[in-house]
Design a protein around this ligand. Structure first.
Ligand code: HEC
Length: 110
């Protein structure tokens, strides 16, 4: 009987000691300063803005678009089709050219 109780008592003692040690160490809180990157909340004005606004901001912010590198028209076309086909963005077929024109105008090669 003692053979079974002794290991159990030892384990309990170690566990209690560990808890007691934890309780003694106070949690030190300190303030940190974090600089977040500038966020883009709005799409710039331009022809087709309303369509892009209504179609592209349901799942992510304007920053997802504006923080991309400048891309040529063909690349924006691929991007819009990716949103449509891969992420199932509800983009009407007839709106694709308007959206691509807008994106090329605001984030195309200068
Ligand atoms: C159904 C939801 C949905 C809609 C609507 C949507 N997107 Fe996205 N978009 C996503 C997801 C998901 C990602 C990937 C996010 C990530 O990687 O964290 C993404 C990422 C992006 C990116 C970053 C590059 C990339 O390919 O990951 C761009 C640019 C973008 N979207 C543009 C658009 C444009 C333009 C429209 C409008 C035609 C649009 N999105 C509409 C879901 C959507």
């Amino acid at each position: 009987m003692t053979r079974k109780i002794l290991p159990l008592a030892l384990v309990s003692a170690v566990a209690v000691a560990a808890l007691a040690a934890q309780a003694k160490a106070p949690t030190a809180l300190k303030s940190v300063d974090v600089k977040l990157p500038k966020s883009v909340h709005a799409l710039p004005d331009g022809p087709g803005l309303a369509v892009v606004h209504n179609t592209c901001l349901g799942c992510h912010s304007a920053g997802m678009i504006m923080n991309q590198p400048a891309m040529p028209k063909a690349a924006w076309e691929v991007e819009v089709n990716k949103m449509r086909n891969v992420y199932k963005a509800p983009v009407a077929e007839k709106d694709i050219p308007t959206i691509v024109e807008y994106l090329t105008a605001v984030k195309g090669p200068k």
